[in-house]
Design a protein around this ligand. Structure first.
Ligand SMILES: Cc1ncc(COP(=O)(O)O)c(C=O)c1O
Length: 421
């Protein structure tokens, strides 16, 4: 009989699958400044990174101090909510938030007629029906439409804060509370904005953010769910985000309450994205302030013009203002203004009544047209159709100096005086 030597296990020094070098190489591709890269580098070390690489932040408590968890804590504090859950995209955030409040087949969810396709698609992904609410002159969901849209199947309403402005949350929340609806704020386009002093994402039951490369902060892809009161809504959202995670006191224990256990998916945010988001989050108020200054300085150089309606603000101190939008009296005037501004060096967007299809308006959300085409009929939301065609959009730059703002305002003022005379 041979004596069997005991295998004592690995003696080689283990390195994570994705080490700091690869991590930083990826981070460099996001185009951060050297200072930001330095902070990202300081926030991670080989010891921080889990053996399998970024993305296993919660897994079996293997990396208790991983970036994803730290980001969750910091984001909850930043947005003023009990819990925040990092997820892989804004669409994932919406899907999980809807599941968290119990939206399922046969239910209806009210969404604004102008917004982004992801919001209504997330409703459809739950097997529910998106019901479009018309907009008002704030170009946001018009709270006055809600009573006419309520049915016995209504479960939730999703005010989207569009284009750096905020939806009128107070009447929406009041209506929802009176009628047993959940309020999910879609904050993807207005992170850091506030409504009556509270950051968007902390007013409704849940808030949904995108932190993709196209948003005010973000690197590659990513999202965040904020849960105002935490508790079961947060548990359910997390259960859906990490179906195999079962982040419960007793992971494999029996159901603690009816409906606690249900199949989820994998919408986790990786540690790489979490680290980048952590570095960017504290910059958000600074970015927002820069836009507010620029927006305010440009608007101070403008006046009233016959027939022209400025986008109404639901909270002038809470808006971000990275775009300027207005409604000239006619489509012809809108086209003339956009053309004159273009010639004068300011890009201006105007769609007109025969515009190319676009995913931000309910009547052109083609992926919904199979089962939900009936809800996308233009006649259901006439103001959205009119404003979508007629509005003029200008983008402002957070880096404009006071002189840039004055020059921008002078050009815009001259064009508006000429066309609206
Ligand atoms: C209002 C709104 N909601 C949701 C999303 C979806 O976010 P993501 O692209 O991260 O899935 C977007 C993205 O543009 C958006 O603008």
């Amino acid at each position: 009989m041979r004596q069997v030597p005991k295998f004592e296990g690995r003696t080689g020094r283990m390195e994570p699958k994705i080490g700091v070098d690869e991590f930083m190489a990826l981070a460099r591709r996001f185009g951060f400044s050297e200072a930001a890269l330095g902070r990202i580098g300081a926030a991670v070390s080989n010891d921080d990174l889990p053996p399998g690489g970024p993305g296993l932040q919660r897994w079996m408590g293997a990396v208790p101090e991983a970036a994803g968890d730290r980001y969750a804590v910091e984001a909850a504090e930043f947005f003023g909510v009990a819990e925040a859950i990092p997820v892989s995209s804004g669409t994932a955030a919406l899907h999980a938030a809807l599941v968290a409040v119990g939206v399922g087949p046969g239910d209806e969810v009210i969404v604004p007629a102008i917004g982004f396709l992801a919001t209504s698609m997330a409703v459809a992904l739950c097997g529910a029906t998106p019901v479009f609410a018309d907009i008002d002159e704030s170009l946001q969901l018009d709270p006055a439409t809600l009573p006419g849209l309520l049915t016995t199947r209504s479960r939730a309403v999703i005010p989207t804060h569009h284009w750096g402005f905020v939806a009128d949350l107070a009447p929406i929340v009041e209506f929802a509370q009176q009628n047993g609806l959940a309020v999910l704020e879609d904050c993807a386009q207005s992170p850091g904005a506030s409504y009556r002093g509270a950051r968007v994402g902390s007013v409704g039951d849940l808030g949904c953010f995108s932190i993709s490369a196209y948003k005010l902060i973000g690197g590659g892809e990513g999202g965040l769910i904020t849960v105002r009161e935490g508790g079961r809504l947060a548990e359910r959202a997390l259960q859906f985000v990490e179906g195999g995670g079962l982040w419960r006191p007793d992971r494999f224990g029996p159901e603690r309450y009816p409906g606690e256990l249900f199949p989820g998916t994998n919408y986790r945010l990786s540690d790489l994205e979490s680290t980048i988001a952590r570095v960017q989050l504290p910059k958000l108020p600074v970015i927002v302030d820069r836009y507010r200054r620029v927006f305010g300085q440009i608007m101070a150089g403008l006046g009233d013009y016959p027939g022209l309606t400025w986008q109404k603000s639901n909270d002038p101190t809470g808006d971000i203002g990275y775009q300027i939008r207005f409604l000239p009296a006619t489509n012809e005037q809108s086209a003339a203004i956009a053309a004159a501004l273009g010639e004068a060096g300011i890009w201006a967007g105007h769609r007109g009544p025969d515009s190319a299809p676009d995913w931000h308006t309910f009547h052109q959300m083609f992926p919904l047209f199979g089962a939900h085409a009936d809800h996308c009929r233009p006649e259901l939301c006439p103001r959205a159709i009119d404003y979508w065609a007629r509005m003029v959009t200008l983008s402002v730059d957070q880096w404009y100096t006071a002189d840039d703002c004055a020059a921008f305002a002078a050009t815009l003022d001259a064009v508006l005086r000429n066309v609206c005379a």
